[in-house]
Each structure stands twice: as structure tokens, then as C-alpha cells.
Design a protein around this ligand. Structure first.
Ligand SMILES: Nc1nc2c(c(=O)[nH]1)N[C@H]1C(S)=C(S)[C@@H](COP(=O)(O)OP(=O)(O)OC[C@H]3O[C@@H](n4cnc5c(=O)[nH]c(N)nc54)[C@H](O)[C@@H]3O)O[C@H]1N2
Ligand SMILES: Nc1nc2c(c(=O)[nH]1)N[C@H]1C(S)=C(S)[C@@H](COP(=O)(O)OP(=O)(O)OC[C@H]3O[C@@H](n4cnc5c(=O)[nH]c(N)nc54)[C@H](O)[C@@H]3O)O[C@H]1N2
Ligand SMILES: [Mo]
Length: 773
């Protein structure tokens, strides 16, 4: 993937106006007929993302939502549970009608059930842009309404977000203040990458990105003699030369334990570092050596689990101890059952090597997961829309959306707390797509049928919009004015309006301002400002707090780009290493917690006091593999960001007979009598989808790979168990949290079977409109 996807359209040229920004890079647009006709990447982006090629034609695409709309059954019967969601007609309404209907319903729910009955977590990536950021807008609006049940953490880092603050005292700084590429280029000998270093993922940064330095940094790292060890079921998780070890998926913790075992037993562990900077190594070592359970976590033990030769593990451990080594763990490794363990064990392994805080050594989390790790952070903050205060205290871990809707009143464990699911009556979504991000779509559809009302703001008729009762047409980022920046990108970029809004679509701010006005808090919500006035106001407020000079807002807007100072040459935890007293970590002990008394005290059976190998329910070693003998990796698509612009040129070009490609090893294809280019049925006991077969020997046998993001397209929309004819892997994935500690998303892995599809091939209708009258 990666490089091979670079389309011929990508011209590197000087940047004439108008420019704008996506989560995957800056671009100059050539406009025609109110749409983007062509895009050009700026010449200072060393490795522009091929995903820019999805933009042409996206503003007037047939799947745009043209008018406000209300589901017919909801209009007829009023708010209430309904199994017709996703299989009903819509009635087009005017903006005035929309405002009245929606405001009245919000008022009804608040008056009858309280603000807790509104779920406004509204997880999702939406678009680049600081002011029109959909989640900021919806949260600000709902806060003025009196609050809402919220969600914590992300689908990206659900397990990390809970475990890492407990064991290393931070979550954000692992990425924001990660060891920079420049330090790696200069100092690192060995990059040991659990989950690879997928350059296709470094296209992306939340909030936008103007430069992609990873490919060039890796080239210079190799030129200096640096080596990459990739531990991943997929060969192409590293571009170019590397030492590739392809384990059974889900067994990384066993591998890391074996490496730790070699360090411990061959006197290669840095006991001084462990004594000075860590706590609880002794407790962990008892487990490692099998003192209590009689099971030494040796290379031989791990080999039987992970399928890699024991000798290779021993040799790798010795190599790691002999050289300047970074242990890096991709985010995918924590998006599985027991996902807390891999980042915690990766950190423990790095601690045993004793190189944490030394230039080019130590720990990394997410190199090759996102553009951010390795990029220098800004010295300053960014302009930010204040979101107000949410007086409602009830929340869920973000990936518990179906549990929330299906189990009102039930108690559950989370991070040492005992919480209760509130009784949700209204679900409000702006800027995300649960039919992209959530697991077990058949269960999600049943969960969504339970509530009184679903409100969705969207530019496009996604499956989530089709399941809504009240559909609010949003503009895209290119039909309004904004600016964007993110904490590890040096450029604040103006995003001028490139085109008139499609149909009657409005930006989310205008929609919320009208609702707020109707509900009696218009002046508080808008503070009397237009969107353009907000841009200037937030910029001025930000500029006033800086300790360096920036141009006036007008000058910035005219120039289009503003370069901000960054902090270069960072090494993760260098301060802590230099002075562990002044720079004590935010953990109870102030040190790295290899044993956490707090976690131990929770008494969870699925997350112990130190990193532990837990056998997952779904892996090639589990009984379930008898029925579903292939391990599917549902990873991030190389051809788009999530479900966004799924019908764009680059995404479409990757499909096979219109279906999402599934990759399979030649042995597995031959055993099933399958040939490349045909449509196959992928299934387990939760659901099924169609996909287009790619036969490829760059993956471990019995591993298949089907990226997320093909828009959910049920063969029969009235049947919650219907097969997806387009290839969305979330009809197959289990809706279960990482553990009782974090309840993070576990969508990365699932066991499946694959067979020839013999029926009449159903058409793909994912991007067609529902009936709107
Ligand atoms: N099986 C499996 N599932 C996964 C993952 C996995 O690895 N495996 N990965 C997970 C991860 S890491 C993530 S982050 C999630 C991503 O899940 P999401 O972030 O929900 O996915 P997107 O497709 O980016 O959804 C964003 C939506 O916002 C809309 N949008 C864009 N701009 C605007 C705007 O200005 N206003 C409004 N109202 N809407 C706008 C877009 O059209 C799009 O439909 O998926 C998760 N799901
Ligand atoms: N092009 C593109 N880039 C993206 C995104 C996108 O949608 N498109 N989404 C962005 C977002 S929101 C996020 S959070 C990040 C996510 O970043 P990640 O979660 O790191 O990304 P994935 O592609 O899901 O997984 C990376 C690789 O991990 C490997 N892997 C999976 N399971 C295992 C395992 O058990 N063991 C080992 N050793 N390796 C395994 C797979 O081969 C996979 O290709 O990506 C970001 N980057
Ligand atoms: Mo993510």
C-alpha cells in the first residue's frame, strides 16, 4: 500500500490561492461548477497524501444532503422507539420547520426526562477547522441547554487513554512530546515496531496537517545505518527494507514478555533504571519468571503462542540490549480485547532496557499510527472555541454506545468506578458516523431502535443519517470560512470558502444558533457574533496570550498561512530521566508503575496489577477458530480517512466489483477454491458482508485484512441482521470492551470464515439517496 497508491494526479507546484486543509494535508483547489475539479498539493509537503484525490467531485456528490428532513414514521407517530430506522422515507422540511420541530423535541426530553436523557457524546472526526469543529459546536450548544450524557476517550486510544495515565502519568504527552523524528534519525540504531510503521496511516492528523516528514525521516534513518524490526502480520506495514516477524495476531504481549524474560535472565536488564525510575518491577518479575504460576514466560513459552521461533526472540532481545533501541507500539495493538496490556508491556520492556529518556532510545506509541508522533509540538496553544460547562455528570466510555442504549439502569465497571447507564431518550450526533466506528452493527441497529429520537447533522447521507429521525444538512469544510491547526503542526492555515453551500445545507454553527434562539439562549450561544466575527475574536484572544508577535487577523487571513514556533529535538521523558524528583510523573509513586497498586486494588479479572498475557476470546488459538478459522484485521483504510469520501476516486479505485478489498494469503485462497477479483462472503455468527478478493503473500497465512470505511449497505434495510453487500467489517466485530478498566474499542480483530459468493450479486446502494419527499 502506501506509495503504490500515489495517483498520477498529484502535481507538486507552487501554491496559488485558494488553499485549504484536510485532516490529511493542505491543497490548492481548481474549482468548476461549484465543485472541486482538481487538487494540487503544496510543494513544501515532502510526501503529500494520495487521499487528496478523493476531494474532486465531493461537494456536489449525489450523496449530499440537500434539505432538512424528518423521518416519515417519526412525523406521523411522534417520538418513540422504532424498528423502521434505516428503512423509512423522509419528508423534506424548511429550516423554520426544522428548528421548531427539533427545539420542541429537545425541550420535551429535557422537561420530561432531564438533560441526562440526551446522549451528546457525538464521537467522530468531522473535518479540519478550529471554529466549525462539529463536536465543539454540539457540546457548546448542549451545555447551554443544560447538559448531556457525554463520552470519554476515543475509538483511537480507548485503552491507552485509561491505562497510561495510571502507569506513566500521561496520555497526551506520549504523542505530543514524543521523541522527534530528527532525534531518531540521528541517534536510534534499532526501531522495534510492534504493529509495524504503516506510512499510509501517517497521512493523517486530527485537525489537519501541512507536512508529512515520516517517509523522508525513515530514509535518512536507514542511510545512517538504522534498522527496523517489524512485528506485524502484514509485510507492508513497513515500506521497504526491514526484519519482518509475522506473529499470530493478538500475541504481542507474549512476545514482549519473552523478550523481557531474556533481559531478566541474561543479566541484560538495567536494574539501576528499574530501581530509580520505576516501581513494582519485583512483583512483575515474579510473574515473568513464573515464580507463582509455575509458567516462565520464556521464548519457548511465547513461541508456542505467537508462532515465531524461540531463537529469533532470544536473538532480538540481545540485539535490543546491545543497541540504542526504541520499542514502539502501534495504536492498533490496544484496539483489541485486553488492549491495555500491549502499551503497558511495551513501556515495561523499554524500562528494562533502561534507555527511556536517552536520545533515540526508550518508548514510542503510535509511530506509523498517525502523523503526530515524531513531529515537534507547538510552543503555544491554538485558537479555541470555549465549550462551556456540562452540569450533567453521567458518561460512558466512548465505545459503550450500544450497551448504553440497550441496558438503561444497569451498573458497570470502569476504571475503578461503579457507574450506571442512564436512560437515554434522544441521541444527538454531529460530525461522526457510528456505522463506521462502532462494532457489531446488527446490535447497534437494535440499540438505535430503542430511543425516542435520533438527530444527525451530516453533509452526506451516511448510514447514520439514514437511521436518523431528524436530519440536518451540514456544509463541508470547503463551503464556509475557518482556520485550522493542530498541536504538532507548525502552520495555522486559513480555510477560505471555496464554494457556495450545497442545496440548503448550513454550517452547524448557524443551525445551533437558530435552535438556541428558539430555545431562549441565542444571545449566550452566539455572543452576538457571526461565524466570521468568531474567527477574528478567537484569533485575537489567542494572539493576546502569546509571548511572541503574530500578524493581525486580517493580515493572517490575507496571507493564508502562519508559521508558529515549535519545540525541536524532543526526547520522550528526557526531563524525568534528568531529574525524577522535579519532574516526577503524574502516577501515585511519581515513577513508571510496572506494578500499579491502584489497578491491582480494583480486583478486575481482565486487568491485573502488572502487565499480563491474557488469552483473548477471538484469536487463532481459541476454540472459536474451529468455526471461524481466519483472523481478520479490520485496520485503517489506505484509500480514505475512515468512511469519509468513500465514493471518491482513490477509494473507488481500490474496490473490486464495487466492494471493499479483502486480502488473503494464496494458501488460504487455494484451500477455498477462490481466485483474485471475485466477490466473497465474509461471515461469522454475528453477521456477514461481501468483499472483493485480493490474493497476496505479504500477510501471514490464516490472516485476512479488510479495512474499515466501506459505507454500511444492508441487502435488506428492514432486517437488522442483513448482510452488508459493500464490505463494512463492523458487521462482524464483537461489541465488547478491552476490559473492565478502560472499556476501549476492540474493533481491530475478529475471527471469520470466507467463502465464494454464489448468489446473484446485489447492487451497491450505499451512496444512493433514501426517498425524500
Ligand atoms: N472495526 C474497526 N472499527 C473501527 C476502527 C478499527 O480499527 N476497526 N477504528 C476506530 C477509530 S480509530 C476511529 S477514530 C473511528 C472513526 O469513526 P468516525 O470518526 O465516526 O468516522 P468518520 O467517517 O471520520 O466520520 C466523520 C463524519 O463526519 C462528517 N462530517 C465531516 N465534516 C462535518 C461537519 O462539518 N459537520 C458535520 N455535522 N459532519 C461532518 C463526515 O461526513 C463523516 O460522516 O472508527 C473506529 N472504528
Ligand atoms: N490512511 C488512513 N490513515 C489513518 C486513518 C485512516 O482512516 N486512513 N485513521 C487514523 C486514525 S483515526 C487512527 S486512530 C490511526 C490508527 O492507527 P493504528 O491503529 O495503528 O492503525 P491500523 O491500520 O488499524 O493498524 C496498524 C497495523 O497494525 C497491524 N496489526 C493489527 N493487529 C496486530 C497485532 O495483533 N499484532 C501486531 N503486531 N500487529 C497488528 C496491522 O497489520 C495494521 O496494518 O490511523 C490514522 N491514520
Ligand atoms: Mo482513530
Amino acid at each position: 500500500m502506501g506509495r503504490t497508491q500515489t495517483g498520477g494526479w498529484l502535481k507538486i507546484a507552487p501554491m496559488p490561492a485558494p488553499v485549504s486543509l484536510t485532516h490529511w494535508g493542505a491543497f490548492t483547489a481548481t474549482m468548476a461548477d461549484g465543485d472541486i475539479a482538481a487538487v494540487t498539493a503544496p510543494d513544501d509537503d515532502a510526501d503529500p497524501s494520495p487521499l487528496l484525490g478523493n476531494l474532486p467531485g465531493s461537494l456536489r456528490h449525489r450523496s449530499r444532503i440537500a434539505t432538512p428532513a424528518v423521518r416519515r414514521g417519526w412525523l406521523r407517530a411522534g417520538p418513540g422507539p422504532s424498528t423502521r430506522r434505516g428503512d423509512d422515507e423522509f419528508v423534506a422540511v424548511s429550516w423554520d420547520e426544522l428548528t421548531e420541530v427539533l427545539a420542541t423535541e429537545l425541550r420535551r426530553v429535557v422537561d420530561a426526562h432531564g438533560n441526562e436523557a440526551i446522549f451528546g457524546g457525538s464521537y467522530g472526526w468531522a473535518s479540519a477547522g478550529r471554529f466549525h469543529h462539529a463536536q465543539s459546536q454540539v457540546h457548546r450548544f448542549l451545555n447551554f441547554l443544560g447538559g448531556y450524557t457525554f463520552s470519554r476517550h476515543s475509538y483511537s486510544l480507548g485503552a491507552t487513554g485509561v491505562i497510561m495515565p495510571r502507569v506513566v502519568g500521561t496520555h497526551d504527552d506520549l504523542f505530543k512530546r514524543s521523541t522527534s523524528w530528527e532525534v531518531i534519525v540521528e541517534h536510534t540504531d534499532l526501531l522495534v515496531c510492534f504493529g509495524g510503521l504503516a506510512l499510509k496511516n501517517t497521512a493523517i492528523n486530527h485537525g489537519g496537517t501541512t507536512a508529512h516528514p515520516a517517509r523522508d525521516a525513515l530514509k535518512r534513518f536507514r542511510d545512517r545505518g538504522g534498522r527496523i524490526v517489524s512485528i506485524s502480520p502484514l509485510r507492508d506495514d513497513v515500506d521497504g527494507d526491514c526484519d519482518w516477524h509475522a506473529p499470530v495476531p493478538g500475541t504481542d504481549v507474549a512476545i514482549m514478555l519473552a523478550l523481557a524474560y531474556v533481559l531478566a535472565t541474561e543479566d541484560l536488564a538495567d536494574r539501576n533504571f528499574l530501581a530509580t525510575y520505576c516501581t513494582g518491577y519485583d512483583r512483575f518479575e515474579r510473574y515473568l519468571l513464573g515464580r507463582d504460576d509455575g509458567v516462565p514466560k520464556s521464548p519457548r513459552w511465547a513461541s508456542a503462542i505467537c508462532g515465531l521461533p524461540a531463537d529469533a526472540l532470544t536473538e532480538l532481545a540481545r540485539r535490543m540490549a546491545a543497541q540504542r533501541t526504541i520499542v514502539t507500539v502501534s495504536w492498533s495493538l490496544q484496539r483489541v480485547r485486553h488492549g491495555e496490556q500491549a502499551p503497558w508491556m511495551g513501556l515495561t520492556l523499554a524500562a528494562m532496557l533502561g534507555q527511556i529518556g536517552l536520545p533515540g532510545g526508550g518508548f514510542g506509541h503510535g509511530y506509523g499510527s498517525m502523523n503526530e508522533p515524531g513531529l515537534p509540538p507547538l510552543r503555544s496553544g491554538l485558537p479555541r472555541l470555549p465549550q462551556g460547562i456540562n452540569p450533567v455528570r453521567s458518561f460512558i466510555p466512548v465505545a459503550a454506545i450500544s450497551d448504553l442504549l440497550l441496558r438503561p439502569g444497569e451498573e458497570f465497571d470502569y476504571n475503578g468506578l461503579r457507574l450506571r447507564y442512564p436512560d437515554i431518550k434522544l441521541v444527538y450526533w454531529a460530525g461522526g458516523n457510528p456505522f463506521h466506528h462502532h462494532q457489531n452493527i446488527p446490535r447497534l441497529r437494535r440499540a438505535l431502535s430503542r430511543v425516542d429520537t435520533i438527530v444527525v447533522h451530516e453533509p452526506y447521507w451516511t448510514a447514520m443519517a439514514k437511521h436518523a429521525d431528524i436530519v440536518v444538512p451540514s456544509t463541508t469544510a470547503y463551503e464556509r470560512e475557518d482556520y485550522s491547526g493542530s498541536r504538532n503542526d507548525p502552520v495555522l492555515m486559513a480555510m477560505p470558502r471555496l464554494a457556495e453551500p450545497f442545496g440548503q445545507s448550513r454550517d452547524d454553527y448557524t443551525t445551533f444558533a437558530a435552535l438556541a434562539e428558539y430555545l431562549g439562549f441565542g444571545a449566550q450561544f452566539t455572543e452576538g457574533r457571526s461565524a466570521r466575527q468568531w474567527l477574528a475574536h478567537l484569533y485575537d484572544k489567542w494572539a493576546a496570550e502569546l509571548d511572541f508577535a503574530v500578524p493581525t487577523f486580517e493580515d493572517f487571513w490575507r496571507q493564508g498561512r502562519l508559521r508558529l514556533p515549535t519545540e525541536e529535538g524532543l526526547t520522550l521523558l528526557a526531563d524525568f530521566r534528568a531529574d525524577p524528583v522535579t519532574h516526577r510523573l503524574g502516577t501515585p509513586s511519581g515513577r513508571i508503575e510496572i506494578f500499579s497498586a491502584d489497578i491491582d486494588g480494583f480486583g478486575y479479572d481482565d486487568c491485573a496489577g502488572h502487565p499480563t498475557w491474557f488469552e483473548p476470546a477471538e484469536w487463532l488459538g481459541s476454540p472459536r477458530a474451529a468455526d471461524y478459522p481466519l483472523h481478520l484485521l479490520a485496520n485503517q483504510p489506505a484509500s480514505r480517512l475512515h468512511g469519509q469520501l468513500d465514493d471518491g476516486a482513490v477509494s473507488r479505485a481500490s474496490k473490486i466489483q464495487g466492494r471493499e478489498p479483502i486480502r488473503m494469503h494464496p494458501q488460504d485462497a487455494a484451500a477455498r477454491g477462490l481466485t483474485a477479483g471475485e466477490v466473497v462472503r465474509v461471515y461469522n455468527d454475528r453477521g456477514a458482508c461481501l468483499a472483493g478478493l485480493v490474493v497476496d503473500d505479504r500477510l501471514r497465512p490464516r490472516v485476512v485484512q479488510l479495512a474499515t470505511g466501506a459505507w454500511f449497505d444492508p441487502a435488506d434495510p428492514s432486517d437488522p441482521d442483513a448482510m452488508c453487500v459493500h464490505g463494512n467489517p463492523n458487521v462482524l466485530t464483537d461489541d465488547v470492551g478491552t476490559s473492565r478498566l478502560a472499556h476501549g474499542c476492540t474493533g481491530a480483530h475478529v475471527l471469520v470464515q470466507v467463502e465464494k459468493f454464489t448468489g446473484e450479486l446485489p447492487p451497491v446502494r450505499a451512496h444512493e439517496l433514501p426517498t425524500v419527499r
